[in-house]
Structures are given as structure tokens and as C-alpha cells.
Design a protein around this ligand. Structure first.
Ligand code: MGD
Ligand code: MGD
Ligand code: MO
Length: 723
């Protein structure tokens, strides 16, 4: 073997082998994670992937999905050219067209719709990817449409809404400095390795940990106290904790007296939520509720780590989170170091210790100058509290009703119908559009319904700006050229801006100029960032002071922290809109629909994350699939399995009043008896088809993905849907 062969075999970078290490970030999973990548590139091809050791968030680690990066990038179902549909919707029959033809068709059709029906009749949608959102939103607004919307119609915004209703401005947990972390439904060991690392480090220095989760997870395994709440009963648990804190006078009397509104009514309301009542409503033993309440109140500063999704995936989600965040105010832990500290986001929800002009960039036109957003009538509190976008759960309903105005055109960037409850209902409604365009990396089932499909490239083939909470910033450079005839989403957005003929100098100036404009207040330029392809620490990190409310008050109508919401007081008498964080069980539950619960005795809880899957994305990868060989499978407690006479991997039918799917039974102690857990996004058994499209929280419009009612039957001799 020659030296060259040896070096090549070992994939050793250097002039002899022609292998270069290029820096990038992994965009396969959570946009709030994004680990640093070292890509070994030879002849324009990625031949090996490693974690970047110098990246401060991931410090050299990669998860199973990141390690499968090459499979993702070189996946066989990558879209290769722009396509025009020639067969019926869903058939997957397309013919290739040029970029010029595709973009010209889109621009002229959307301009025609704008002239005929108004710009609001064109919808701009963003899927789970976030890097292009500011530019897409600006494109929508400059076009004149208020209907920029995203996956945030099921994620993050409802949690933020609950915080905004309570404090005006959301505050995140200061894990590094807290004495007690109360994780209210998150499992970062599967969902965000950087956060998981921070928790381990904090535990090592003595931080106490309380975790509220119906299941047993790697996170609950680390907890000093685990509160295994019944899904959707979170509000009752928080109110019972408040009951203990108030009764035992463990609350911050100065904060409550001087900085809160509605405390007396709140105190009166929680009187009924004794720990025993709490146990009855939530299934958590009363003594554990008492211990958790005492620990959270005594170990100051303490903080709550919420999640973007599980608590708010219930029809009572926002009210439940309001009750939970009330605990932060009650104990005086709002906007203090080690508490729920308020830091202004720098870019796409992430505080990066730099000031930016993201908001000024995205909101290029005031709402008043545009038509009401989709969902405005149905979800007025969304309009009050969510400044960014329209509510996408109402999209299929407005396409069908054309009320208050018709919707005729839609361009999705990573639009996936399996994100919605009743995904097939959404597909049917899309058929009514004059033009439906989807931009994706892969030929997905949603793309098959589009009139025009555009090929996007993956993150390693393009640039993106990303801030990290420790004051680290990166503007990635393409490690390889876009494969086939694919393009970056941002190129498509800026190209459309030009073809729409919009009067918008920043969009005309281009992507990099826009990034530079957004970053200007930080003093960091695109040229600075290009000198640091692996990212850099921001030169002048800004850490704001504590208790900013002492000077500025709270950004709520009363100027105080609101136990009782002045925004919601307007809706007096409307069920679900109560001004106090009133606890109502999920719309479908033993308590509210006993007859339905008799026929469908299990709680169906969907979408708890698995480490190897991200929604619909990684089912196509054999590496990640090999980690869960029995998929599609639903998790069931062995106690329930025994009652139903079920063995591991036997075939079951899960049905709701709406529909049924056939999957395997995965017997695990992780789940509570009485609850069925199923991962979402799998085309071979799409659990979202079991939900009604309007099974939604009336405040946020979020689907009740975590509390439908279902029944489980053993299926004799029947194979899976896909076999
Ligand atoms: N590997 C992987 N990582 C991901 C994702 C992914 O798909 N795969 N998705 C990303 C996205 S979009 C999001 S929003 C985040 C979510 O991030 P996390 O919130 O950390 O993850 P989940 O597993 O969805 O939910 C956390 C826990 O909530 C529990 N839970 C379910 N129902 C309830 C309930 O009613 N009450 C309470 N208290 N807990 C409940 C579940 O048992 C689960 O263990 O993860 C992100 N990271
Ligand atoms: N039952 C149930 N349903 C759920 C949830 C649940 O817990 N249970 N969770 C909800 C939550 S929290 C979320 S966030 C949503 C997520 O739902 P989605 O955003 O729909 O999820 P993904 O499958 O990650 O991504 C959508 C599409 O984006 C494409 N894509 C990936 N990268 C790029 C890119 O760079 N450019 C372009 N143009 N496309 C790209 C992917 O190929 C995919 O087709 O699902 C929601 N739906
Ligand atoms: Mo999410």
C-alpha cells in the first residue's frame, strides 16, 4: 500500500490526499440545536462527517441524525430540477422545467392573483427550517400579503403567548446560574443535546432538578423529583403547587404586592386546588406535589424550562402554561439571574448577546396596511399576542370557505401536510388553489400535490446565519456546490422578489446585503463572519441587567405581571378565554366526554420525540431507521398490553372517533398505563389522520396532539398498512 493509499483510506486531510475540512452546521434537526460540522470534502463531495470540536454548543459531538448527514445529503429522493405536475394531484407525475420557466410562471400567476383578488390571497409558508424565515416573511409583506405562516402554528408561539399574557416578555431559564430547575415537559436528552449537556453540568454543581413528564425519560431519570402528570392536566398540577406555595407563605410577598395584578383573585381560585385535589386531577401523589412546590419556592433562584410543544399540544394548553408561569412570578424568579431571565432575541428566537434589526427587517409593512391574517376571526388572541405571523391551522378552513376572503395561491418552503391534524383534509383543500408551489429538498408526499416543485439544497450546500446563546455567531459558507440543479431557499426568495417587481430596496440588494443590514447594530459585518468559517465569539457581548421591569414596567396592559390577564378580561364569559388561568380538562377526556371515553378508553399522546427521528425527515435514512427497527410502532405500558393479551411487536389497530391506523405494539414502562404514545410524521402510519382538523386550543389554535381518546385492538393476521 502506498502512502497515498494509506492517507486516503484514513481520509486524512492534506495536500497529498486533496481532502479538505470545511466547516458548517447541521440543520437536520431542531433549529435551536444545530451542532458544528467538520465536513471532509474531496472533489466536491462530502466523504466524511465529524462534529467540530471548537464549536461551543456541540463541542465535537453529533447525534445519530447528524452522523447520518451524508445519507441525508446524498439521499436518492433528492429533488434534482424544478418540476411541473402533469398527472393528477398526488400521482407524482411531473416533468422537468427550467428555473426560468418555473419562476416566471410563479411570479406571473401570483401577480395575477394579487391584481384580481388582492395580495392577501397568496400565502407564504415555512416548514420547520428557520434560517430563511426573515427573508420569506419580508417577501410576503413586501408583496402585500399578511399571510406569512409557519410550523410555529403548532410550535413555540403558544408557549410564548402564555408567557406574554403573564409577563409581557418571555424569559428563558438561566440554567447555568439556577439552584433549582423545573423542567416542565421537555426531554433534551432526545431533543437538544446542548441543553442536556448544560443540565448535566448544573447537576454536577449541585442544582436541584424537578421534571414534569407523564413518561419516564432520560431527563426524569436525573430528577430529584419526577411528577408523572396525566397528559393535559398540567394546569391543575401548577395550581396545586401554587396552593401549597401560597398556603405555606413561601411566595415572594414583595414581588406579588408591588409588581403583580390579580393576585387576590388568583389566591381565591387556587384555594380549591389542594394537593389532594391535585392528586385526583393529575395522578401525581399529593406528597410529591407538596415536596416539589416547597423545593421550587425555597431553592432560590429557581427557573422553569418550558418546551415549545407538549404542554401546548392540548386544547387547554395556553391556560395550563399560564398557570405554570404564574409560579415564576409567585416565587419572584422572573427576570433574575438564575431565574427566568429576559434576553432579547438576536435572530430567529435565539438570544445571541448582540443587538440586531431582525424585527425591523421582517415587518416591512405594518399590519394595519394589510388585510386581516388567516385565523384572525377564529383566534383573536393569536392576533393580539403573536406579532409575527398568521395561524396556519385555519388554512384548510379558509381555503374551503373563502371567508373572509378567498385564498388562491400558496408557496411553501418545506411544507409538509403531515404536520397538521387531519392532514388529508388539508391536501383536499389545497386542490382548490389556482397555484400551489412547494420548495423542498426531497420529493415528499406533499410535493406530489403541488403544481410546481422547486429543488432546495441542504445546509451544507449554502450559507446561513446562526446565533448561539453563549454569544457565538456563524455565517456558514457552502462546503460543496448545490447538488444537481438545486438552489438555496434564500436564492429562490430573492429571485422571486425580483420577478414580482417589488419596490423593496433591501430585497433588491440581495441576501448578503440583507444579512449585513440585520446585523448592523451589532457592529459585526458579513466580511468579519466570512473570515471565521467555523463561527466566532461576538466581540462585544451584551448581557442585559436583571429586573428590567423595575425601570420599564411589564409589557402587559396593567404594566405588571398578570395573574389575571387583562387581555383575556375582554372575553368575559367565553369558555377557554378565562382571565384567570382556569383549569379545564382537555376537550376530549374522561371528565368532559365520558361517553366517548367509555368507547375510547386510552389517552392518545402523539409526537414525543425519538432521538433518531425528526418529524418526517429521517425515515428515509437507513442508518437512523436501523435504530428503531420495529417502526411504525406505538408505545403501550406492559400492564395494558397484558390486559389486551398483547405481546411485543404484535399488530394493533389504534382508532379514534375519526379514523384508524395499524401499527406494532411496543411494550415499554416508559409510558403510563392508560396512555398510548405514537411518534408522528411516518407516511406508513400517519397518526395525525386520527385527529380532527378543528381539535384546537381556542386561544392559540394549536392542535390537541397530546390528548385525543383512542381504543386499541389486537389485529389477528393483519399486516401493516405498507406491507
Ligand atoms: N430527535 C428529535 N429532536 C427534536 C425534534 C424531533 O422531532 N426529533 N423536534 C424538535 C421540535 S419541533 C420540538 S418542538 C422539540 C420538542 O422538544 P421536547 O419538548 O424536549 O420533546 P418532546 O419529546 O416532544 O416532549 C417532551 C416530553 O413531554 C412529555 N409530554 C407529553 N405530553 C405531555 C403533557 O401533557 N404534559 C407534560 N408535562 N408533558 C408531556 C413527553 O412524554 C416527552 O417526554 O424537539 C425538537 N428536537
Ligand atoms: N401528531 C403530532 N404532530 C405534530 C407534532 C407532534 O408532536 N405530534 N409536532 C408539531 C411540531 S412541534 C412541529 S415543529 C411540526 C414540524 O412539522 P414540519 O415542519 O412539517 O416537519 P419536518 O418534517 O421537519 O419538515 C418539513 C419539510 O421541510 C423540508 N426541509 C428540510 N430542510 C429544508 C430546507 O432547508 N429547505 C426546504 N425548502 N425544505 C426543507 C423537509 O424535507 C420536510 O419535507 O410538526 C407538528 N406536528
Ligand atoms: Mo416543534
Amino acid at each position: 500500500m502506498t502512502n497515498f493509499d494509506r492517507l486516503s483510506l484514513g481520509k486524512i486531510p492534506g495536500p497529498e490526499t486533496g481532502i479538505e475540512i470545511r466547516k458548517s452546521i447541521c440543520a437536520i434537526c431542531d433549529p435551536l440545536t444545530q451542532c458544528g460540522l467538520d465536513l471532509y470534502v474531496k472533489d466536491g463531495k462530502v466523504i466524511k462527517v465529524e462534529g467540530s470540536k471548537e464549536h461551543p454548543y456541540s463541542v465535537g459531538t453529533l447525534c445519530s441524525k447528524g452522523a447520518a448527514q451524508r445519507q441525508y445529503v446524498y439521499s436518492e429522493d433528492r429533488l434534482k430540477t424544478p418540476l411541473k405536475r402533469i398527472g393528477p394531484r398526488g400521482s407524482g407525475k411531473f416533468e422537468p422545467i427550467s428555473w426560468d420557466e418555473a419562476l416566471e410562471t410563479i411570479a406571473s400567476k401570483f401577480n395575477q392573483i394579487k391584481n384580481q383578488h388582492g395580495p392577501e390571497s397568496v400565502v407564504f409558508f415555512a416548514g420547520y427550517t428557520k434560517y430563511f424565515r426573515p427573508y420569506l416573511k419580508r417577501l410576503a409583506h413586501s408583496f402585500g400579503s399578511p399571510n406569512y405562516m409557519s410550523e410555529s402554528s403548532t410550535c413555540y408561539q403558544a408557549m410564548a403567548m402564555a408567557q406574554k399574557l403573564t409577563f409581557g416578555t418571555p424569559g428563558g431559564p438561566d440554567v447555568k446560574n439556577t439552584k433549582c430547575l423545573l423542567i416542565w415537559s421537555a426531554n433534551p436528552f432526545y431533543t437538544n443535546p446542548g441543553k442536556a449537556r448544560a443540565i448535566i453540568e448544573a447537576k454536577e454543581r449541585g442544582m436541584k432538578l424537578i421534571v414534569v413528564d407523564p413518561r419516564q425519560t432520560p431527563t426524569t431519570a436525573l430528577a430529584d423529583i419526577h411528577l408523572p402528570v396525566k397528559p393535559g392536566a398540567d394546569g391543575a398540577l401548577a395550581l396545586a403547587m401554587a396552593n401549597v406555595i401560597i398556603r405555606e407563605k413561601l411566595y415572594d410577598q414583595d414581588f406579588v404586592a408591588n409588581h403583580s395584578y390579580g393576585f387576590e383573585d388568583f389566591r381565591e381560585y387556587v384555594r380549591a386546588f389542594t394537593p389532594e385535589k391535585g392528586e385526583e386531577l393529575t395522578g401525581v401523589p399529593a406528597d410529591r406535589i407538596i415536596s416539589a412546590a416547597r423545593m421550587f419556592a425555597a431553592e432560590k433562584p429557581s427557573a422553569i424550562m418550558p418546551s415549545a410543544s407538549p404542554v401546548v399540544h392540548h386544547t387547554n394548553g395556553v391556560q395550563n402554561y399560564r398557570a405554570i408561569f404564574a409560579l415564576v412570578g409567585l416565587t419572584g424568579n422572573y427576570d433574575v439571574h438564575g431565574g427566568n431571565f429576559v434576553v432579547r432575541p438576536s435572530f430567529i428566537h435565539i438570544p445571541g448577546m448582540i443587538p440586531t434589526r431582525e424585527h425591523e427587517f421582517t415587518q416591512s409593512r405594518p399590519w394595519e396596511e394589510m388585510a386581516p391574517r388567516i385565523g384572525a376571526d377564529k383566534f383573536p388572541v393569536w392576533i393580539d399576542m403573536v406579532d409575527e405571523e398568521a395561524q396556519a391551522m385555519h388554512l384548510p378552513f379558509q381555503i374551503r370557505s373563502a371567508d373572509p376572503y378567498p385564498l388562491k395561491g400558496l408557496i411553501g418552503f418545506g411544507m409538509n401536510h403531515r404536520m397538521w391534524p387531519d392532514p388529508n383534509g388539508l391536501l383536499e383543500s389545497l386542490e382548490k388553489l389556482d397555484l400551489f408551489v412547494n420548495v423542498d429538498i426531497f420529493m415528499t408526499d406533499t410535493c406530489k400535490y403541488a403544481d410546481i416543485v422547486l429543488p432546495a439544497c441542504t445546509s451544507v450546500e449554502r450559507s446561513e446565519l446562526r446565533c448561539y446563546p453563549m454569544g457565538y455567531i456563524i455565517f456558514t459558507q457552502p462546503a460543496i456546490a448545490p447538488l444537481y440543479d438545486s438552489r438555496a431557499d434564500t436564492d429562490i426568495i430573492y429571485e422571486l422578489a425580483a420577478r414580482f417587481g417589488l419596490d423593496d430596496p433591501l430585497l433588491h440588494a440581495g441576501y448578503e446585503a440583507s444579512v449585513g443590514w440585520i446585523l448592523e447594530p451589532s457592529g459585526i459585518s458579513v466580511a468579519d463572519l466570512e473570515k471565521h468559517p467555523g463561527g466566532m465569539f461576538v466581540p462585544n457581548p451584551v448581557r442585559p441587567p436583571e429586573k428590567k421591569y423595575l425601570k420599564q414596567g411589564f409589557k402587559t396592559p396593567s404594566g405588571k405581571m398578570e395573574f389575571k390577564s387583562r387581555v383575556l378580561e375582554k372575553y368575559e364569559g367565553k369558555p377557554g378565554f378565562e382571565a384567570l388561568p382556569v383549569y379545564t380538562p382537555p376537550k376530549y377526556s374522561k371528565e368532559l366526554t365520558p361517553e366517548l371515553a367509555h368507547e375510547y378508553p386510552f389517552i392518545l399522546n402523539t409526537g414525543a420525540r425519538l432521538p433518531m427521528y425528526v418529524h418526517t425527515r429521517t425515515f428515509r435514512l437507513s442508518w437512523t431507521n436501523s435504530l428503531r427497527p420495529n417502526h411504525p410502532a406505538a408505545d403501550i405500558n406492559p400492564y395494558d398490553a397484558a390486559r389486551l393479551g398483547l405481546q411485543q411487536d404484535e399488530t394493533i389497530r389504534i382508532s379514534t372517533s375519526r379514523d384508524a391506523i395499524v401499527v406494532k405494539a411496543n411494550l415499554t414502562q416508559m409510558v403510563q398505563p392508560g396512555v398510548i404514545h405514537m411518534y408522528h410524521g411516518d407516511a406508513t402510519a400517519d397518526v395525525n389522520t386520527l385527529f380532527e382538523g378543528d381539535y384546537l386550543d381556542p386561544l392559540s389554535g394549536y392542535p390537541g396532539f397530546k390528548s385525543a381518546l383512542c381504543k386499541v385492538e389486537k389485529v389477528q393476521g393483519k399486516k401493516f398498512n405498507h406491507e
